[in-house]
Design a protein around this ligand. Structure first.
Ligand SMILES: [Zn+2]
Ligand SMILES: [Zn+2]
Ligand SMILES: [Zn+2]
Length: 166
């Protein structure tokens, strides 16, 4: 049997010794920072007050934003890429909304990407919905948490059923 490469061996070792590997990594990062080097690559100078060099910062920003883009696209598609109230399909207007109130974790309301992550983890539950900013705000402004669109529709039906024109 061929020996695993040094790199592969190191990877396996980190996997089987997670606590120890993390401690080693922290030590290595601290040492690099002390030397004024990027904690991530250990090659380029770090950009104070951050712990990384410019290219590592850019790379990590890029990773984060592409992760966010993917997550958002996945969630939007699962909720049919449209506002559940008015049918708006412009992606930039759409946001995930809590049908009831947002759950709290240690007293803090769940917002932003935490909600998107939970949507995926819980296989897109009906307690979340996609709304455009208009409908989102419309709901927030009303005590009964209903978008004004709903009331408009309702009064339109009332007028119609009485034989009038809306
Ligand atoms: Zn770097
Ligand atoms: Zn809407
Ligand atoms: Zn609406």
């Amino acid at each position: 049997m061929a020996h695993p490469s040094k790199k592969e061996h190191a990877r396996q070792w980190r996997f089987t010794h997670p606590g120890y590997a993390a401690r080693l990594m922290r030590k290595l990062r601290a040492k690099r920072i002390q030397q004024g080097l990027c904690a991530t690559c250990g090659v380029e100078p770090l950009v104070s007050p951050r712990q990384d060099c410019l290219s590592c910062l850019d790379a990590s920003k890029e990773r984060t934003s592409s992760w966010r883009r993917d997550l958002r696209a996945k969630v939007l598609a699962a909720y049919r890429d449209r506002c559940a109230c008015c049918g708006e399909t412009e992606e930039q207007f759409l946001n995930l909304d809590h049908v009831d109130s947002a759950p709290r974790k240690n007293g803090v309301r769940e917002v932003g990407y935490a909600t998107y992550q939970r949507a995926v983890a819980e296989d897109f539950p009906p307690t979340l919905q996609l709304l455009c900013y208009n409908c989102n705000l419309g709901r927030e402004k009303n005590e009964d948490r209903q978008c004004p669109h709903l009331k408009q529709k309702r009064s339109w039906y009332v007028v119609k059923s009485r034989g009038g024109t809306p």
